[in-house]
Design a protein. Sequence first.
Length: 182
Amino acid sequence: MIFDEFSFKSLIRPVLDFPKPGIIFRDITPLFQSPKALRLVMDSFIQRYIEADFTHIGAMDARGFLIGSIIAYELNKPLILFRKQGKLPADVLSQAYQTEYGEAFLEVHADSLCEGDSIVMFDDLIATGGTLIAAASLVRRMGAHIYQAAAIIDLPELGGSQRLEEMGIPTFCLTSFSLSEK
């Protein structure tokens, strides 16, 4: 199968004024409803990372779980879940961060990673970068290294990818949208 960014992008549904007026939400559920599109997305990530030198896959709550679990399975890597506050049952590390809509907290099990580990972190999109920056802080607090932050979509005008790059975290996205693109 050949990756066709145009047809791939056409399966990302724009939802106007969600979750609040003026926002264009990028809904990836149509990608997951198309077996061909899902395979193209996952195969693109798998091909990128199959020979890369890292030890773990990180997945952001909640849509990042869809991507990260498949990639972890296919690459035979341990999966680390970064969850919203109060969702993990054991000892956790917590990190506050700003979202486009307010403040939130991200948590990870305190024993998930250790010094010498290296992680590729997955989310559905990079907007302001808040979630991935919080996850990176948690990873570094455990003594591990961030190999790369990856997502299906980048919204470059919101500056998240640039913030991550400025922190020394390489990013990779399959596609991008401008804020006005419908």
